[in-house]
Design a protein around this ligand. Structure first.
Ligand code: NAP
Length: 253
């Protein structure tokens, strides 16, 4: 059994944004990290950041919505890095549109990546966690889970993530496994930059406008979310399970 700080973590969607910051943060705590994203080559930057600081990391190409590829990726991680006992389901996409313009493919794509992806990755990793009688699952939800205009698909998926999280917490608790959800507000990443571009705004103007609605008067950075994820994945958080932590610079209502 590895020493607690050497446990293997898998972070999905870790080539950039919140996932990359989370992978780097967990590596700083001594975790060996599987940096998983759609394109293995795109993971190189995150892996280099971790190894340059003396950590261990493995780039893994995988579509989290594809069951066979998920099972193969988790098998590879267990063989090359060690049993994955920490899982951060972070991979995500948006296909925003008002309901009357939302296509079935917009709906299905968002459900597949966020919900099916978190289900498949959790199912594949849980057997390692059950064997070890230790596990930490953190699922990325969103403030949009409370409902957001133009995001019926994304809001439904992110609310679904919260239900999945609570169910996993109830099922897996007896094996020493916790499941929690971090629900970010506005975080400056390529995802929010793409939203600004779609609205015809510069990213700087978009962030400044968002900040006026946030009590701490700034938008979030990926590291703000990585810090919250690190708490839930820690050894000392074993009695905290089934929770949703909104990390949004203030309360949402
Ligand atoms: P991001 O910058 O767009 O990064 C998401 C990453 O996930 C990308 O590298 C993307 O790869 C990858 N990905 C997409 N589909 C995938 C799949 N099927 N399998 C594996 N990887 C896949 O997003 P972010 O802003 O860091 O967001 C990370 C998470 O936080 C998401 O779940 C998002 O919904 C959530 N969140 C973000 C915000 C925010 O304000 N940014 C707020 C609330 C919640 P490609 O580049 O190849 O597509």
């Amino acid at each position: 059994m590895p020493k607690p700080e050497q446990r293997v973590a898998v972070v999905t969607g870790a080539a950039r944004g919140i996932g990359a910051a989370t992978a780097v943060r967990l590596a700083r705590e001594g975790r060996a990290v599987a940096v998983l994203d759609l394109d293995e080559e795109a993971c190189a930057g995150t892996v280099e950041q971790i190894t340059a600081a003396g950590g261990r990391a493995l780039a893994v190409g995988c579509d989290v919505s594809d069951a066979d590829r998920v099972d193969a990726a988790v098998t590879r991680i267990a063989a090359e890095l060690g049993a994955p006992l920490i899982l951060v389901n972070n991979a995500g996409v948006t296909r925003d549109n008002l309901l009357f313009k939302m296509s079935e493919s917009d709906w299905d794509t968002v459900m597949s990546v966020h919900l099916r992806g978190a289900f498949l990755m959790s199912r594949a990793c849980q057997k390692h966690m059950v064997d070890a009688r230790f596990g930490r699952i953190v699922n990325l939800s969103s403030s949009s889970a409370l409902g957001n205009r133009g995001q019926a698909n994304y809001a439904a998926a992110k609310a679904g993530v919260q239900g999945l999280t609570k169910s996993l917490a109830k099922e897996l608790g007896k094996f020493g496994i916790t499941a929690n959800s971090v629900a970010p507000g506005f975080i400056a990443t390529e995802m929010t930059a793409a939203t600004a571009a779609r609205l015809g705004m510069t990213f700087e103007d978009f962030k400044a406008a968002a900040a006026t609605q946030i009590p701490v008067e700034r938008v979030g950075e990926p590291e703000d979310i990585a810090n919250a994820v690190a708490f839930f994945t820690g050894e000392e958080a074993g009695f905290v399970s089934g929770q949703v932590l909104y990390v949004a610079g203030g309360p949402l209502n």
